[in-house]
Design a protein around this ligand. Sequence first.
Ligand code: FE2
Ligand code: FE2
Length: 283
Amino acid sequence: MRLFAISDLHLSSTFNRAALAELESYPEDWIVLAGDIGETAEQLEFALGHLVKRFDTVIWLPGNHDLWTIDPKQHPLRGESKYRRLVDICRDHGVLTPEDPYPLWPGEVGEGVPAPGRIVVAPMFLLYDYSFRASHISEAAAVSWAAESGVFCSDEELLDPAPHSSRQAWCHQRLALTESRLAAVAGNDVNLVLLNHFPLRADLIELADLSRFSIWCGSTVTEDWHKKYRALVVVHGHLHQRGTHYRDGVRFEEVSLGYKPQWNRQLGIGAYFRQILPVPGQL
Ligand SMILES: [Fe+2]
Ligand SMILES: [Fe+2]
């Protein structure tokens, strides 16, 4: 029994959709879908239709693309309403979301891994608040600061925060809500697997010439959550830069698939599932 994670399937791409349909079965395993599965409710339905029958348990959380409103005449849901619609689709398929009780991991953790007790798997929806910006730039000036270097994010036009006053306000509501839930489950006998679309720390982001894109990538509020909530592993996507990093001895996994040029179709999507538990190398 394994816990796998993947993000950024971007099923708006017919190339990626065709590959998902060819996936083999993993009847004893869990899979985390860590956001940017697609951009429409239909694309989420497509993903879950293929995945729930291939896995024991599926866990979903939203990315920024999932929350886009691309064609408001055909699909008018926006912001919180779009999110709630996607949560309802997950529930119709028996898929866990950030709105459900956090499940306990019933499998092995890995031989020799210092994990004292229960493992709680926590899918989160946290968004971003422009706080990953240079210290001399105000929040109000963050988007124009990014634009000065030629960087723009389509979320500015497509990710409507309604009914929240801004995406930052929505983010702060999600941060407060999630902190209270994590605090309620955290304890000396609990380790957490934290799952979020956006990286929890700015120092996990390496964007080179696009460095100011970081304002759309997370919040400084979560900088210490891996320590505060005794994380065993932290999973994120969004950056399309697959990799494993360590901070304070905690493993951070970036689990993106990405667009056509960013992965090898011959290997199949399954080759890009990242094993989260049991801890690889400890089997
Ligand atoms: Fe993405
Ligand atoms: Fe994303």
